[in-house]
Design a protein around this ligand. Structure first.
Ligand SMILES: Cc1ncc(COP(=O)(O)O)c(C=O)c1O
Length: 379
């Protein structure tokens, strides 16, 4: 047992709120006093800021990141009989959104180092029914968008980036939203840019995606007072106000995440029983999660328990690949393309250490000491 037990939380939501309370409270106050709470001026302001941030022409605020995905699929006409290629070691919502749109999910394996989609596996999965590739920028690092774009161009496919996890990340010479038809964002509280509840957005340069998603999020309503088939998936102005205040800080918060990640990686480099996250050279990884892997699957539960017993709130993202979950595919259309060996192996070994900008030096040290103590004990 370690001598001192410092509790280290997995998230720092209240700390973040306290750090910029005045800015958040001022925006909330502004919305409350405006009398316009749904589709109001704060939403319009935030959408403008979000588009500017991504250097895209459009940003559409939505109810959550899952809706952002399937509304984009629908806007592109993707539905029953169509296939979308993605990965199986992602949060469930990536696949779920493809199913909600009525399409078939085709899973390919992920890259052994980044855990993002392996572009070399994509072409073998393409059939005449394939309509889109849906890369996930997993854990805060961009997938290899240049390779994905080339394949999409060759086969005339759409690319929709599931960017729930990597706002403010960059690739080697490309931005998120630059090499795709659209990128989707999630603003649920635990994301790098999170509101006090749910929220999401689509960012795009495609005016048709903007027009259709904008219309469908609001019961198919447009300015000519006419309704058509649609849904209710609006981003409330109160959330837009919170997000607008937080967006100003996202780059500095990403730097802080990178700083803590660098600290973890430096000190844990000598550990024998784990592997550390891989940063693709030239990419800006924003460490939504700092995910290590145990070298042996049988070590995952003991390490998790050891850290939790020491007061360190570690978690697993995502311990069961989607196609291995009970009941898969739940009556929906799905296909596995080739071996998914890497994704399966990785899922059984992943462990996320506490990672948020407001961590302290002492907390990071306590996490490191916990991992080192486990690493040096009895294997
Ligand atoms: C990779 C990924 N895709 C999609 C989503 C869905 O976002 P939301 O929870 O806002 O619907 C999430 C997060 O929850 C996610 O991590």
């Amino acid at each position: 047992m370690l001598e001192t037990k410092m509790k280290v939380a997995f998230y720092g939501h209240q700390r973040q709120y306290h750090n910029i309370k005045r800015e958040i409270d001022a925006n909330i106050q502004e919305v409350l006093e405006s009398g316009q709470y749904v589709m109001g001026p704060m939403l319009a302001k935030f959408e403008k800021e979000l588009a500017e941030f991504h250097k895209t022409k459009y940003a559409i605020g939505l109810g959550n990141g899952t809706d952002a995905l399937w509304l984009t699929f629908m806007a592109l006409g993707i539905g029953a009989g169509d296939e979308c290629i993605t990965t199986t070691n992602t949060f469930f919502a990536t696949a779920e959104a493809i199913w909600i749109a009525g399409a078939t999910v085709v899973f390919v394996d992920s890259d052994a180092r980044t855990n993002c989609i392996d572009p070399t596996k994509i072409e073998a999965a393409i059939t005449p029914k394939t309509k889109a590739i849906v890369p996930v920028h997993l854990y805060g690092q961009c997938a290899d968008m240049k390779a994905i774009r080339k394949i999409a161009d060759k086969h005339k496919l759409f690319v929709i980036e599931d960017n729930a996890q990597a706002i403010a990340a960059r690739g080697d010479g490309f931005r998120i939203g630059e090499l795709s038809d659209a990128a989707t964002v999630s603003f649920i509280i635990q994301k790098n840019l999170g509101t006090f509840g749910d929220g999401g957005a689509v960012v795009t340069n495609n005016s048709e995606i903007d027009r259709i998603v904008r219309k469908m999020r609001n019961h198919g309503y447009d300015k000519r007072s006419c309704h058509s088939y649609g849904f209710n998936s609006r981003l409330d102005d109160l959330h837009a106000g919170v997000l607008s205040a937080k967006l100003r800080h996202i780059d500095e918060w990403s730097d802080d995440r990178r700083k803590w990640a660098a600290r973890y990686s430096k000190v844990l480099a000598g550990a024998r029983n784990i592997t550390l996250p891989y940063e693709t050279p030239g990419y800006r990884h924003v460490y939504h999660l700092y995910v290590i892997e145990t070298r042996q699957a049988k070590h995952l539960d003991p390490l998790l328990k050891f850290l939790n017993d020491e007061g360190i709130d570690a978690k697993c993202h995502y311990p069961i690949a989607i196609h291995q979950q009970e009941g898969y595919p739940w009556g929906k259309c799905a296909r596995l393309s080739g071996s998914l060996k890497h994704a399966e192996t990785s899922a059984a070994r992943v462990l996320s250490l506490p990672m948020f900008p407001e961590l302290t030096q002492e907390e990071v040290q306590a996490v490191i000491e916990g991992v080192v103590a486990w690493d040096q004990s009895s294997h």
